[in-house]
Design a protein around this ligand. Structure first.
Ligand SMILES: [Fe+2]
Length: 242
């Protein structure tokens, strides 16, 4: 099974200046490159909007993604509105209160999608995660916008890290198998392992963030997506830059 993950699109409103980056064109280029990989699934892991959730932006993204015909999942990031997103994408049935977390089956395998919009995994969601993992027999796969640990990027770690990462880690560590976690949010490419937790941070479709400084710094403007191939117990990952 092949999954493509794209993240942190940060699409602005029509005509809005987004740091001088043509984010709409970036997204379309990424989508084109995604199609060439012929994935079975596409995951868009949050921060679809530049600053705040916007129905017109969601509508535009939905139109472009659905033209590809690839089955896809959407998730909310800290620059999104999960309720507005679920409604616009026709997935209001997945909402639990105001949160958009859910389980899907990809070729028969359970895949979990979390909602970290406020920078925290809620109590209800943590309990749900615990139950979901307890029901899984083998290696698990989770998509979440925020990484559940520090990513070694001082600006992000100090100002924008997930607030209750220790609580999330406790739940993950209870699982007797590997838990593969795919995130965005940090605008960097990283692979971090801690015990049975393997965290893959995927670069943004906007710009990448400098990994040395505690101040905000753009590292570079090359955009990328992640390709995940998971077959016969082997998980192979590649990040492709355009
Ligand atoms: Fe984010």
């Amino acid at each position: 099974m092949r999954i493509v993950q794209i993240t942190d699109l940060h699409v602005g409103r029509e005509g809005e200046d987004t740091y001088g980056v043509d984010v709409r064109s970036n997204f379309l280029k990424i989508l084109e490159a995604t199609q060439e990989k012929e994935p079975h699934y596409l995951v868009i892991s949050g921060d679809l909007c530049y600053r705040d959730g916007d129905a017109d932006i969601y509508e535009w993204i939905k139109g472009k993604v659905e033209q590809t015909g690839i089955p896809y999942e959407i998730m909310s990031g800290n620059h999104d509105d999960p309720v507005m997103m679920a409604n616009t994408f026709g997935r209001a049935n997945l909402l639990k209160g105001k949160e958009l977390y859910f389980r899907r089956y990809f070729e028969g395998r359970p895949v979990l999608f979390l909602d970290t919009t406020p920078g925290v995994v809620s109590k209800e969601q943590l309990n749900w995660l615990k139950k979901e993992l307890a029901e899984q027999k083998g290696e698990a796969m989770i998509f979440m916008h925020h990484p559940p640990l520090e990513g070694g990027v001082p600006f992000m770690d100090q100002r924008h890290a997930l607030q209750n990462k220790d609580e999330v880690q406790e739940v993950i560590f209870e699982h007797p198998h590997n838990v593969n976690i795919f995130t965005g949010h940090y605008h960097v490419e990283k692979l971090i392992r801690k015990k049975n937790m393997v965290v893959h941070i995927t670069p943004s479709c906007f710009f990448q963030i400098g990994q040395e400084s505690t101040d905000f710094q753009v590292d570079h403007y090359r955009i990328a997506f992640r390709e995940i191939n998971w077959n016969n117990g082997v998980m192979m990952n590649a990040v492709h830059y355009l």
